[in-house]
Design a protein around this ligand. Structure first.
Ligand SMILES: Nc1ncnc2c1ncn2[C@@H]1O[C@H](COP(=O)(O)OP(=O)(O)OP(=O)(O)O)[C@@H](O)[C@H]1O
Ligand SMILES: [Mg+2]
Length: 736
């Protein structure tokens, strides 16, 4: 059985990059231990000496970083109070709270190293006297570190606060569970859920290595994890440490003074050694906070790879707080980073909307509610935004009564003449056979004639069948009649009659009135655009287009028309620098289907085009679907941010994996195991992939998509006859 020295990360004599065989290592360790005046209390304590020994002097505060911006951010690593000028990060409270005055733990009083200039590092195993390559170096000079061991031992009374969160940091407003920024004092932070917020004070589990890097090989790096250490971590009070090393959890690897953050993708038991071999994906790196050993200034991507043998540690709540802290860009907070109970999960608005986003998940996982939550947060952050949402089930009107303009067949009023020729064909031409082209030619000729009758068209040199010029439906049918009259007797009049009959039918059908009413002939294009795109927003920056009442034969044409209007408006408004518009599409697989499910309708083409080119014109696309594998090819990969809730179907999972960045693989494998209201977010909108538990959305802000309670409703009786009558009346009147 491999002994525990393999992970002797905390040994004071071990250099970080020292290449030693396990046997050599054992002998070094044994030799070193023999020299120590007092043996470590238990075998396990070999791992690392205490991490958070405070230096007796006060180190200067770390320079303000991206995390130190004053703008409201998410995560828990947002600006320490000191960066706002209130208190230096390194300062210690002169008299710590009573509960912090506990005697130092066993580990907090390590044996004095035999030679003073070889101090133990907070996280163990790194003699600070070893010169680091310049790129690893902190701006502060090394002597600061070297001076530590010869400092007089810190009195126990101030030792504990250093292990705990520094007071200034504990005051960070973004660290709180409450999404509303908090400005409470450190004292108030010490109340309540202390156990959750400051777990590090109760245990040192996280500060001893849990394993070491075994192999670095591009996308398939591996680490050896010690099952005993993982079992110890599982008992920790810090929820992040509890999961250390498990699939989907984050671990950190030391490279000099840099911490690398990685996620665990797989675990395999090595039966010969009893150790666990884990495949890991590196996510990013940060510097080591001198005072506490935590990660700070975290950035995505890796510049320093570790060498095999590098120590692996559990990422703590405090580490994740820094990792997920806002870098100051404007963001919205949507929930909590799993497994922490207090770190806010944020999405960067510009990055997320700039490159489209997709919200995926099997039915009932909470997509619609999460979409409503995200939109509510965007609307709160940008009350003068411009969002148009296509709502095929009429769910969202309930959620946006206060902040949205609800448009349904009763008040949508989109004039038919706004359709381009392709959309006209979808509505007016029923023939799918070989003579469809003949019908189209007739419609094209007559439509141009009808449009040209408008005074607006006079003198217009480039009038086309696509020009949004109002015309009368009677002019169109009149033109068809005229053309038919010009025919000689032998010619077939069927195509003319087919088109004319269809137009007359639709004109007379009350279900089509929202679009084909004779009242809609007036030139209302400007008003329609203003109403749809919320220009100006008038306190309602989102328009909900409830297409649930639209006859199913033309729903996709209506969605195509609305989407195309967004696109054309952006194209023609390019010089005007019009405001960007977000177009959100529920049940996106219906409108942008893949080849197999495609009915070749224009909506798929326009949405695919927006996915590919919309970014350049300031259009953002938000696609919501339960069947990502049914989406048109390439559309998902155009989405810079993917928010995936649980996906039960393997094909869907594979599809999403293919569209997600490589580094997120550790997270992706958890997609089938997510709970309702949980998601994996990766891509542009977030610094690194994260698993998020969505906030509970207030009832009045939720879409009307509540799961019916069969057990409750089937125990209710009475009023059925009246209800059925009311339903039949509405059904007949075709009006809700
Ligand atoms: N963040 C949340 N806060 C409160 N309730 C939620 C939240 N997320 C989901 N729910 C609840 O979960 C249930 C299902 O959610 P939702 O209708 O959003 O799922 P869905 O994925 O859109 O389902 P479908 O695919 O059938 O449309 C609802 O009863 C909803 O109220
Ligand atoms: Mg839904």
């Amino acid at each position: 059985m491999n002994d525990m020295n393999r992970f002797s990360g905390g040994h004071p004599f071990r250099k970080p990059f020292e290449r030693v065989s396990p046997d050599q290592r054992r002998s070094i360790v044994d030799e070193a231990e023999a020299k120590l005046p007092a043996p470590a209390p238990t075998g396990e304590d070999r791992f690392a000496p205490p991490p958070d020994l405070p230096p007796a002097r006060t180190e200067p505060p770390a320079p303000p970083s991206g995390f130190g911006r004053a703008s409201p951010g998410f995560g828990a690593g947002a600006p320490p109070a000191s960066f706002d000028g209130s208190e230096p990060a390194g300062s210690q409270p002169s008299s710590p709270p009573a509960d912090e005055q506990a005697p130092p733990r066993m580990e907090a009083a390590p044996p004095t190293p035999p030679t003073p200039p070889t101090p133990s590092d907070p996280f163990g195993g790194r003699p600070t006297a070893v010169p680091m390559p310049p790129s690893f170096g902190e701006p502060e000079p090394e002597p600061v570190l070297r001076a530590r061991p010869i400092d007089p031992p810190a009195p126990p009374a101030i030792e504990e606060p250093a292990v705990r969160k520094p007071a200034a940091e504990a005051r960070r407003p973004e660290m709180r569970e409450d999404p509303a920024p908090q400005t409470g004092s450190a004292a108030s932070d010490d109340n309540g859920d202390d156990g959750e917020e400051q777990p590090e004070s109760h245990t040192s589990t996280a500060h001893r290595a849990i394993g070491e890097v075994l192999q670095i090989a591009g996308s398939s790096s591996r680490a050896l994890l010690d099952p005993k250490r993982l079992a110890e971590c599982a008992k920790d009070t810090d929820p992040s440490v509890q999961l250390a090393g498990l699939v989907g959890s984050q671990i950190k690897v030391r490279v000099g003074q840099i911490w690398l953050l990685a996620s665990v993708r797989t675990q395999t038991l090595d039966r010969t050694t009893g150790e666990i071999v884990a495949e890991i994906d590196f996510l990013g790196e940060g510097q080591e906070e001198k005072l506490t050993g935590r990660i700070r200034n975290f950035t995505r991507g890796i510049t320093h790879y570790p060498v095999p043998g590098a120590e692996v540690y559990a990422a703590t709540n405090a580490d994740l707080a820094q990792v997920y802290a806002s870098d100051g860009r404007s963001n919205i907070q949507i929930g909590k980073v799993f497994p922490t109970k207090d770190i806010r999960a944020g999405l960067y608005i510009d990055a997320m909307l700039g490159k489209h986003f997709a919200l995926l998940g099997s039915t009932g996982t909470g997509k619609s509610t999460s979409a409503a939550l995200i939109l509510h947060r965007i609307v709160e952050a940008a009350p003068d935004g411009h969002i148009m949402m296509v709502d095929p089930h009429g769910e969202y009107s309930a959620a946006f009564r206060g902040t949205g303009q609800i448009l349904d067949v009763g008040n949508l009023k989109v004039p038919y003449w706004l359709m381009n020729f392709e959309e006209h064909c979808e509505v007016f031409i029923t023939n799918e056979g070989t003579d469809r082209q003949a019908d189209m030619d007739i419609l094209s000729k007559c439509l141009l004639k009808a449009r040209s009758k408008n005074r607006m068209a006079e003198g217009m040199s480039r009038l086309t069948v696509d020009s949004p010029i109002p015309y009368l439906l009677s002019d169109l049918t009149g033109a068809i009649q005229d053309e038919m009259g010009k025919l000689d007797k032998a010619t077939n009049t069927a195509p003319f009659l087919r088109v004319k009959t269809k137009i007359d039918e639709i004109k007379a059908d009350p279900r089509y009135q929202f679009m084909f009413s004779g009242m809609l002939v007036a030139d209302t294009m400007t008003e329609v655009i203003q109403r749809l795109f919320r220009l100006p927003s008038n306190g309602k920056p989102i328009s909900i287009i409830d297409v649930s009442g639209v006859p199913s034969e033309i729903t996709s044409t209506v969605v195509a028309l609305l989407s195309r209007m967004v696109f054309d408006f952006a194209i023609w408004g390019r010089d005007e620098k019009t405001r960007p518009i977000l177009l959100v599409c529920e049940e996106a697989h219906r409108y942008v289907p893949n080849e197999k499910n495609s009915d070749k309708s224009s909506v798929g083409r326009i949405l695919s085009r927006i996915a590919k080119e919309g970014r350049k014109y300031g259009i953002s696309l938000g696609l919501i679907t339960q069947r990502p594998s049914d989406l048109a090819e390439g559309v998902l990969s155009q989405c810079g941010t993917i928010i995936s809730m649980r996906l039960n179907n393997e094909r869907d999972q594979d599809f999403v994996k293919a569209a997600m960045p490589e580094g997120a693989r550790g997270f992706l494998d958890t997609i089938p195991a997510l709970r309702n209201r949980e998601c994996i977010v990766c891509g542009e909108g977030t610094a690194i992939p994260m698993r998020v538990t969505f906030d509970d959305l207030e009832e009045r802000k939720r879409p009307a998509s509540e799961d019916p309670s069969f057990s409750e409703l089937w125990n209710e009786a009475g009023g059925e006859e009246e209800a059925v009558e009311r339903i039949v009346t509405r059904w007949r009147a075709q009006h809700r």
